[in-house]
Design a protein around this ligand. Structure first.
Ligand code: NAD
Length: 485
């Protein structure tokens, strides 16, 4: 059993203090692996968002602006250090909240969250701007200023990792922040507020308001006229609603949205490497990673061998208690999501597909939102199961004959987040990587990330890029000064 240090009830963090909602409203936080109540969460709305935005605006012009750059960078670095100091506790909280295996929280979610602060506090020192001379008439130079108060809205699948991916560059660029974590995963966001306070972040620089999306804290944050920018990660449909609402005050938006990512496997690829990585890209984090490869296309000569090994390896995956060492696949996030994912499995059968592995609750696990890793074959490109994001441990496998044919299928989607291509033919690798309509294409690997590189989606998978200098392009205003000589 986990041994968390802090109480599992969550309050807002506004102007340096933990406070309940003004009307005292709370909601329950459910453990997806046991269906038990973990604690209560203060339910914020427009009044709490307003308090948080006012505190953020005071801090923007006050202590945060007045702190010199070296001190600011030192505080941001210290946040990363404190995350590492509390690594085990944070990993337990993350697994309790999400149902993901503890080894995964320990090896990816928490260390990567700390690294986000270390990376961006280093990176900000490398940022330069341009100077442009107009003969002997004028000298122009650009400077970077903060955007102002930035709203961060996050999903539940990688709660601390994605929150810190936004928070670290937002702070490094001199902004102040109001963050709204997903209602399903409030725990590590609450610890992060505590860590920021302990690291010496001045009051009001980071504010946290818990709550839901529509008619709640999320919508109020987007609507608030004194919020200058929104960085949102979540579903494409939510992104559309937020864009319409943000238009009223013309907010700057950064979007990391849904995906239906293809793995394209050519027959000349190394099958053992393909299988090892495909296991991860299909089922890691219960398939609840936006980058998961949920459409697998295999060149026909390799199809049979691939299926044999892939199904055999999938059968070995242990599903169950996130706190057991041997568990590879934990629980899905919620009852509602469980019904959505299993609904797609039923639909696959109606659409003529064959469930070659999984498709149901594992034997012996009566409670918790557990689902066997599921492999579906026999579906064509028109099927909804092949077109729509499922966001669970469910993949479709489709054979193909030619490069042209597979590219045509792969690009036949509104999404364009990521793709993974497997081949040992150098020219084909470059050709296919260039043609796939996705913001990130991996060749002979998956989810290998250098934080300096641009991250984001094409088509309806996102707007803008974050990572390295691209994050600072979003979180700062580039301003030109022109001096007549
Ligand atoms: P979601 O869109 O339902 O919710 C995300 C956040 O938005 C939550 O905090 C929610 O409360 C808030 N929200 C909902 N409606 C809102 C509204 N009207 N106004 C303001 N805020 C609102 O997404 P989810 O189910 O939490 O997350 C899963 C989705 O996130 C998947 O589609 C997945 O692909 C996507 N995702 C994308 C990336 C990426 O980098 N592209 C990363 C992780 C997850």
């Amino acid at each position: 059993m986990p041994t968390t240090a802090r109480t599992l009830d969550c309050h807002h963090f506004i102007d340096g203090k933990f406070i309940p909602s003004l009307n005292g409203k709370t909601f329950d936080n459910i453990n997806p692996a046991t269906e038990e109540v973990l604690g209560t969460v203060s339910e914020g709305g427009a009044p709490e968002i307003d308090l948080a935005v006012k505190a953020a605006r005071r801090a923007l012009y006050g202590p945060w602006k007045k702190m010199n750059a070296n001190d600011r960078i030192a505080v941001i670095r210290r946040i990363g250090d404190l995350i590492l100091q509390r690594k085990e506790e944070l990993a337990e909280l993350e697994s309790l909240d999400t149902g993901k295996p503890l080894w995964l929280s320990n090896s990816i979610d928490i260390p990567r969250s700390a690294y986000n602060f270390h990376f961006f506090s280093d990176y900000i020192r490398t940022i330069t701007t341009e100077a442009t001379q107009m003969d002997d008439v004028a000298l122009n130079y650009a400077i970077r200023k903060p955007v102002g108060v930035v709203g961060l809205i996050n999903p539940w699948n990688l709660p601390l990792l994605l929150l810190t991916w936004k928070l670290a560059p937002a702070l490094a660029a001199g902004n102040t922040v109001v963050m709204k974590p997903a209602e399903l995963t409030p725990l590590t966001a609450t610890s992060l507020a505590e860590i920021c306070r302990d690291a010496g972040l001045p009051d009001g620089v980071l504010n946290l308001v818990h709550g839901f999306g529509p008619d709640s804290a999320g919508a109020a944050l987007v609507e608030h006229p004194d919020v200058n920018a929104i960085s949102f990660t979540g579903e494409t449909t939510t992104g559309k609603i937020i864009m319409a609402s943000a238009a009223k005050s013309l907010k700057r938006l950064s979007y990391e949205l849904g995906g239906k990512n293809p793995n394209v496997i050519f027959a000349d690829a190394n099958l053992d490497e393909v299988i090892e990585t495909t296991m991860k890209s299909s089922f890691i984090n219960q398939g609840e990673v936006c980058l998961c490869g949920s459409r697998i296309y295999v060149e026909r000569p390799a199809y049979e061998a691939f299926m044999e090994k892939f199904v055999a390896k999938t059968k070995e995956l242990v599903v169950g208690d996130p706190f057991k060492e041997k568990t590879k696949v934990g629980a899905l996030i919620s009852q509602e999501h469980y019904e959505r994912v299993t609904g797609y499995i039923k639909l696959a059968v109606e659409e003529g597909g064959t469930i070659v592995n999984g498709g149901k609750r594992p034997d012996g696990l009566e409670r918790g939102y557990f689902l066997e890793p599921t492999i579906i074959t026999g579906l064509s490109r028109e099927c909804r199961v092949v077109k729509e994001e499922i966001f669970g441990p469910v993949v479709t496998v489709i054979p193909f004959d030619t490069e042209e044919e597979v590219l045509d299928q792969v690009n036949d989607t509104h999404y364009g987040l990521s793709a993974s291509v497997w081949t040992n033919d150098l020219r084909r690798a470059h050709r296919v990587a260039a043609e796939i309509e996705a913001g990130i294409v991996w060749v002979n690997t998956w989810f290998l990330r250098d934080l300096r590189t641009p991250f984001g989606g094409m088509k309806q998978s996102g707007i803008g890029r974050e990572g390295g200098v691209h994050s600072f392009e979003f979180y700062s205003e580039l301003k030109n000064v022109c001096i007549k000589l």
